[in-house]
Design a protein around this ligand. Sequence first.
Ligand code: PLP
Length: 238
Amino acid sequence: MSVGASRDGRREELERRLASVRDRIAAACESAGRNPSEVSLVAVTKFFPASDVDLLMELGVTAIGENRDQEASAKVAELRDRAGLEVHFIGQLQSNKVGSVVRYADVVQSVDRPKLVTALERTAASHGVRPGVLVQVSLDEPPDRGGVEPGGAAALADLVAECEHLDLRGVMAVAPLGGDPHLAFARLREVARGIQERHPTATWVSAGMSGDLEAAVAHGATHLRVGSAILGSRQSHR
Ligand SMILES: *Cc1c(COP(=O)(O)O)cnc(C)c1O
């Protein structure tokens, strides 16, 4: 098969998968009585090449999520055209990677501790940027896989809001493995509301992935981070 033909095949596959995800989002919005324009799709492209991001952009995707700095920085540099693409960092972040991440990330969704806030603020100031920040809330009991405990989220959000070079946008969470995503996302929504009372512009709720996006929409998610349902199984790309 020629390179052009395989590219066309991949484009068709992504188009089909993307359409099906958009249908699911539309149906979930319909059930929840929400307007689909309130819900943004972040395509999680980790493990997949820059060429897939190029294709997704042709298909109307305007935001991608990446979880590892090395992979993300290389991929973004390889894109045919970066214009119009919002890059979200969604992975656990070490303070020493912050200097790299602020070079390409418009939004850092995984801010879960004061040390990271301080490092981001200092680095954003020195780069003359003002990234969006979401406070990652842990819905695992006990807290696991990153995220601040729900009880500590408001204080961390206050800290972000005090930073001149960080733009507090809201909260992010991953539903617990094997748990009921409805319970988890209902909890996240409460945390989000508490933060929004103090910071009215922090309206984003990033929740929901390929397996639980309907539950997230039902509980007020504004951003869905969808990987495998759009790009296919990551297994074969590891
Ligand atoms: C990988 C990842 C996703 C996407 O998961 P899928 O199940 O492939 O949709 C979403 N959020 C985070 C934080 C991730 O690491």
